[in-house]
Design a protein around this ligand. Structure first.
Ligand code: 7RM
Length: 670
């Protein structure tokens, strides 16, 4: 039977109805159907029934030592571990006594059989270049670059910043760090010089790996220039900058500091032993937004992280040797770390990497890629799916997508319309969808269906993964009832949990482990339906989720007040059909400053320069004063309503006297 005519998984009887969502005019599809895993999919899947999932999940919670001890045997250990878990809240140690190396697990161990000549990475540049690196070739490049790092005195435990476009060298640099036990910190290419500077200083990195530029939507992103600006005139720990030549544009080379990647390779050979690392040694730091102005350096460690990355790639994506797997996330986000690089490579799979934008040169670039490489497993974000929906079905119709067998989403709640569109139009009605809830802090999937076992419902991430003990609780820590909203907590340590915030023990303890004693507080709200399925509502702290990117309101506020005209600023999210949330800034200016449309644009540009394009405000509104409670707290709830157009409408760049409304709304608040 051809894939196109494969049985549809959806039952025939559809119960669809349109309903109004919470007072807004946007109609929301209420989708009540349950999508059972197609028999054909389940037959081959590693976990193929609900009973099997339930038994394994129960075992993973009741006997974690046995469960994870067994799973961890699938990694390559240079020294076996003595103990599975050592837990003293908030500090977890997994697989103590064990030693292993991540690059050895992702590369060397696949060189002994036919995987040696298998594609590890398939890459396409935005302008259209193509490269394939077999496991053998990737291994060689990683060893060579690890030797370059050693040449520049990078040692075990040293921090290495990677600020690269989406090119194989980004993965090569990461794996090279892991080979010698250096700790990488990848910075998303969309972040600005200022953001690089903060991360360099916080991490104390001695070296930056970058490129002259990268391609994005037909333009060149000036990566090297941003690095130069970040290091300008400052006391910086950075001694070396390695520059990969990608775009070929002119860049400044600082004598004594900057070296070219290709020149460096001339000095090294291709032999580099993998250093056996303690299971708990730091693997990488990844900065993410929290509810204060300063991003947090989330620290992950070696054994537990790699196990979870491999295990979820195996059970959730059900990856096998003949898959062509494509995760569209940038390597600068945790999704790019775990599900473009470490998970699939640990498993010996083929991972596709694309450098550029989905709408370059035209809106069908992703479908073109799926058709050309016969992609089988596709993992993307709801915000991208909504953009594809808007661009229209005709772009898909031009391409044969019948190679696809499994779809995934991550980054934000997926609305049922987008889920149905993804299912029908991209998946041809035959592919299961795994809606995976997780965070930078969790390292990998936490709540997700297993595609051969768990029936799905549009809009829910369904059930917890192995080892994950989810609670949905009220402020006192009591489980809420069915369909009631509560705070999402994780009640037990899991292998890939963060090990800390770089350099800030106190913040680690306070942010994640203080709301409820002994439990991890995720910062998300959620509810559980009568079937036990978990519906994520979204962040309940001062963190926005703009097009799947985490952004702290305090970060944007601190960027705004760094502008000479700004006295005070408050930033809130407002619902946005495409991006999930948009960024709205309320600004009071200093005495004597005149507000204008020009100043509003100037402030938007300023935020963009300080943080990066991801943080560009959708709207800047000037206010005579910000609404505050008697104790001086900004009333965000009120500003959110105003931003959503629920309270005041009108010209956004004229001075609004929000305080008038605030006074009305303030009665009773403090
Ligand atoms: C992987 C990643 C984490 C935040 C998290 C949630 C939201 C992520 C989903 C989701 C609903 C999902 N890391 N989130 N996945 N919400 N359903 N499947 O996104 O650290 O950048 O963001 O993203 O609010 O707390 S992240």
């Amino acid at each position: 039977m051809s894939k196109k005519t494969a049985a549809k998984s959806a039952p025939k009887k559809a119960a669809k109805s349109a309903a109004k969502a919470g007072g807004s005019s946007k109609s929301l599809l209420v989708e009540n159907r349950v999508f059972k895993p197609a028999a054909e999919f389940a037959k081959k899947a590693r976990i193929s029934s609900m009973a099997q999932y339930k038994a394994m999940h129960a075992e993973s919670l009741k006997h974690p030592d046995k469960f994870f001890g067994r799973e961890a045997k699938e990694l390559l250990w240079s020294k076996p571990f003595k103990k599975v878990l050592d837990w003293k809240c908030p500090n977890a140690k997994w697989f103590t006594g064990g030693k292993l190396n991540v690059s050895e697990n992702c590369l060397d161990r696949h060189l002994h059989d036919s995987r040696k000549t298998k594609a590890a990475l398939i890459w396409e540049g935005e302008p259209g270049e193509k490269r394939v690196l077999t496991y053998q070739q990737l291994h060689r490049e990683v060893c060579r670059f690890a030797n370059v790092l050693k040449r520049h005195k990078v040692k075990k435990g040293d921090r290495v910043i990677i600020y690269m476009p989406m090119i194989p060298e980004a993965a090569i640099a990461m794996l090279a760090c892991t080979r010698i036990g250096a700790v990488h910190s990848v910075i998303f290419g969309g972040f600005s010089a200022e953001s690089i500077k903060d991360r360099v200083l916080d991490s104390g990195a001695s070296i930056i790996i970058t490129a002259d530029g990268g391609y994005r939507r037909g333009a060149v992103v000036p990566l090297k220039k941003n690095v130069d600006d970040a290091l300008k005139g400052k006391d910086t720990p950075v001694k070396t900058v390695v520059v990969f030549r990608r775009t070929g544009q002119d860049v400044h080379i600082e004598e004594g500091r900057d070296v070219w990647w290709h020149r460096e390779l001339e000095y090294v050979d291709a032999h580099c032993a993998a250093v056996a690392m303690d299971s708990e040694s730091p693997l990488f730091i990844l900065y993410t937004s929290g509810s204060t102005g300063k991003p947090k350096g989330i620290l992950h460690s070696t054994g537990g992280y790699l196990l979870h990355a491999q295990m979820t790639s195996k059970y959730v994506f059900d990856l096998r040797d003949d898959d062509v797997y494509w995760c569209t996330a940038d390597v600068g986000w945790v999704t790019g770390h775990t599900y473009m690089v470490y998970g699939p490579l640990a498993l010996g799979a083929t991972s596709l990497m694309y450098e550029g934008a989905p709408n370059w040169p035209e809106n069908d670039r992703f479908w073109r890629i799926i058709e050309e490489y016969a992609v089988t497993v596709f993992y993307t974000a709801p915000t991208a799916i909504r953009a594809f929906m808007k661009w229209g079905d005709n772009w898909l119709k031009k391409h044969d997508l019948s190679s696809l067998r499994l779809l995934g989403t991550v980054g934000e709640p997926i609305n049922p319309e987008a889920w149905m569109w993804y299912h029908n139009k991209v998946g041809g009605g035959r592919c299961p969808i795994v809606d995976t809830w997780w965070q930078t802090e969790t390292g990998g999937h936490m709540i997700t269906p297993l595609p051969g076992a768990v029936p799905t419902k549009p809009g829910t991430a369904t059930l917890p993964f192995f080892g994950v003990d989810v609670g949905i609780v009220d402020d006192l820590g009591k489980e809420v009832g069915a369909n009631e909203q509560g705070k999402l907590v994780i009640k037990k340590p899991w292998p890939s949990m963060l090990r800390g915030i770089w350099g800030d023990k106190k913040r680690y303890q306070e942010t994640y482990w203080s709301e409820f004693k002994g439990w991890y507080f995720a910062g998300d709200g959620a509810r559980r339906d009568k079937d036990g399925y978990i519906w994520i509502i979204g962040r309940i702290d001062d963190v926005l989720n703009v097009a799947g990117h985490r952004l702290g309101t305090a970060e944007v506020e601190s960027a705004l007040v760094s502008h000479p005209t700004v006295a005070e600023a408050a930033v809130v999210g407002r619902p946005d059909e495409m991006k999930g949330q948009g960024v709205v800034c309320f600004v009071t200016v200093k005495e004597g400053v005149k507000t204008s449309h020009e100043l509003a644009s100037e402030l938007k540009k300023h935020v963009r320069n300080v943080i990066g394009p991801v943080a560009t405000p959708d709207e800047v509104r000037f206010a005579a004063a910000l609404p505050k409670t008697r104790s001086g707290k900004i009333m965000r709830r009120l500003l959110k309503q105003i931003a959503a157009g629920e309270l005041i409408k009108g010209d956004t760049t004229t001075l609004e006297d929000i305080n008038v409304i605030a006074q009305l709304a303030a009665s009773g608040e403090d």
